[in-house]
Each structure stands twice: as structure tokens, then as C-alpha cells.
Ligand binder design. Structure first.
Ligand SMILES: CC(C)(COP(=O)(O)OP(=O)(O)OC[C@H]1O[C@@H](n2cnc3c(N)ncnc32)[C@H](O)[C@@H]1OP(=O)(O)O)[C@@H](O)C(=O)NCCC(=O)NCCS
Length: 145
């Protein structure tokens, strides 16, 4: 049974960093201090089974108009049980994240999961722009201390 919590003190930062830096395609090599800063400035949700963290999701947000859904994962042994959907749904129902004009996310292959939570593909992608630096974490990690 998954217990979902929004208490930042419960987050297992080592587990989150281990997954994102070694197993994610979007945050490979993220330095621990960078992640810690990101967690401190996001609305974070953890999912726990028998006291151990197995799921994570966060929203980067002004808590008034906009939220970016990021870093959603479930550890491999607990996938396929609805935990991914449950933690994203719980995060989206957080009282700090109501009345937003837009939620945004980027996914390589989970359009089905997010589609069932109300997300759609961009209807006018040409209106959206980005400034992307995909190697920034690797450069930080290889810099001499
Ligand atoms: C994506 C992820 C969080 C899904 O978590 P999960 O707990 O296994 O997913 P759920 O059991 O809640 O499934 C939710 C829905 O997604 C679908 N789904 C789950 N894994 C899927 C996959 N690999 N491919 C396609 N659909 C998938 C399920 O069929 C389910 O559909 P339903 O709503 O019709 O029942 C998990 O697979 C994961 O951590 N993957 C690696 C990290 C990742 O890719 N994160 C997403 C970045 S955008």
C-alpha cells in the first residue's frame, strides 16, 4: 500500500539523487547540491511503502499561475501498480497548486499516463521556446573542486 506525503522532511534525498543521476534520461549526472536546491524550491511529493521511499514527483511553480511537473519516477520493483499515477494525481490536487492557468511537462514516452491526468500535446508548439543546456550537469561534475 502506497502512502503519499508532501512532507519535505520525509524525502530520501540519497534515493532521489541515486535514481535521477544514474537511471533517468533527463537528469543524468545531476550534482547533489543542485538537486538539493531544486527540492528546496519545489513542491515535492514522496511515495512510501513500509517506510521506504519508492516514488517521487515535484512541481516547479509560483503556486499561483503555473507549474512544471518534473522528476516523476517509481523505483523498478514497484512499477505497474498505479503508484506513478497516484503520486502525480496527489501532487496535482495539492491545495497550493489549484487555479493554475497552465501545467507543463516534457516526456519521452509517458504521454498515455499524463494524458489520462488531463495533459495534451502542445496545440501550437511554434509558440513555445526553450533555452536548453543538456550538458550542464556533466560539466559541473567534471569541474575540479
Ligand atoms: C513512468 C513511471 C513513473 C510510471 O509509474 P508506474 O507506477 O509504473 O505507472 P502506473 O502503474 O501508475 O501506470 C499508470 C499508467 O501508465 C501506463 N504505463 C506505465 N508504464 C508504462 C510504460 N512503460 N509504457 C506505457 N505505458 C505505461 C500504465 O498502463 C497505466 O495506464 P492506465 O492509467 O491506463 O492504467 C515509471 O515507469 C518510471 O519511474 N519510469 C522511469 C522514469 C520515467 O520515465 N519517468 C517519467 C518521466 S516523464
Amino acid at each position: 500500500m502506497l502512502r503519499i506525503s508532501a512532507d519535505p522532511a520525509e524525502l530520501e534525498v540519497g534515493l532521489i539523487h541515486g535514481f535521477l543521476s544514474r537511471s533517468s534520461y533527463w537528469a543524468a549526472d545531476i550534482p547533489l547540491p543542485t538537486l538539493e536546491r531544486a527540492l528546496a524550491n519545489s513542491v515535492c511529493y514522496g511515495g512510501y511503502v513500509d517506510g521506504a521511499q519508492v516514488a517521487f514527483a515535484r512541481a516547479v511553480t509560483d503556486q499561483a499561475t503555473f507549474a512544471y511537473l518534473a522528476d516523476v519516477f517509481v523505483v523498478p520493483d514497484h512499477r505497474g501498480k498505479g503508484y506513478g499515477r497516484d503520486i502525480v494525481r496527489a501532487l496535482m490536487q495539492d491545495s497550493r497548486l489549484q487555479g493554475l492557468r497552465r501545467w507543463h511537462l516534457v516526456t519521452r514516452d509517458m504521454q498515455g499516463l499524463y494524458g489520462r491526468l488531463g495533459f495534451t500535446a502542445l496545440d501550437q508548439p511554434e509558440l513555445h521556446m526553450q533555452k536548453h543546456d543538456p550538458d550542464v550537469y556533466r560539466r559541473a561534475a567534471s569541474k575540479p573542486a
